[in-house]
Design a protein around this ligand. Structure first.
Ligand code: FE2
Length: 242
């Protein structure tokens, strides 16, 4: 069995399609999504439709999904992100809005795996995990061996065995007695300085998690963002992965 865990797709259809092609090459059996299907980029309808058509076992709600499917005042969003959310609200159908709104914030898959967008201690507060200290707060509330999460758009893996250690990774070998929080990076707006789309695969039989990076047609995505009249910063950042 091979799982692919995808997240922070952010309405980037070209990146999502490139990732799904790579997953087919890798022989992925099941897909899981840790949220933020929409926001920032210009293909929210298409990305929601594509993910829905895949009938995933788990799709988690991200903060952009929450805001795009709601009508609140966008507290905590920077002006460019807020503009994109307001634009996204106009783009998605009522049916898509209801579907996004009904997504869960946290889900366990069997006894082994937890999926969340941001943190486990306060999933609805949308905090960021960038270091072992913030990971430790979440690990305290983690009752499975593995937790996959996103939100920061930076792939990082944290390993708790007594202390919590962690940092960038290409591969994690799951060991008995350890607990892990693994951020799969972002499909649609990476921020670790590598502009390629990011996702992970997990093989329970091999006890192995792998990070994958995939090139996609960034220029095509940028063109759509410009045509939609969304802020410049949103298309510019895709080329640098920041
Ligand atoms: Fe995000």
């Amino acid at each position: 069995m091979k799982y692919a865990i995808l997240g922070d797709i952010h309405a980037n259809l070209e990146a999502l399609q490139a990732v799904l092609r790579k997953c087919q090459e890798l022989g992925v059996d099941k897909y899981l999504c840790i949220g933020d299907l929409v926001g920032y980029n210009a293909s929210p309808r298409e990305c929601v439709e594509l993910v829905r058509s895949m009938n995933l076992e788990v799709v988690i709600k991200g903060n952009h999904d929450e805001q795009a499917s709601g009508s609140t005042r966008l507290a905590g969003f920077n002006p460019q992100a807020a503009m994109a959310i307001e634009w996204t609200r106009q783009q998605i159908s009522d049916d898509q809005r209801a579907w996004l709104n009904a997504l869960p914030m946290l889900k366990n898959l069997g006894a082994k795996m937890t999926l969340v967008h941001a943190t486990l201690d306060m999933p609805e507060k949308w905090g960021y995990i960038f270091d072992p200290l913030t990971a430790a707060a979440s690990l305290h509330y983690q009752f499975t061996q593995l937790c996959f999460f996103g939100h920061t758009h930076v792939p990082l893996a944290f390993d708790k065995f007594g202390d919590v250690k962690g940092g960038p990774f290409d591969e994690v070998r799951i060991q008995a007695g350890h607990k892990y929080m693994i951020n799969c990076g972002s499909v649609g707006q990476p921020r670790d300085g590598d502009p390629r789309a990011s996702f992970i695969t997990y093989s329970p039989e091999e006890m192995l998690v792998n990070l994958h990076r995939v090139e996609y047609d960034i220029a095509a995505t940028q063109q759509k963002i410009r045509q939609a009249g969304l802020p410049e910063r949103l298309w510019q950042r895709l080329a640098t992965g920041r």
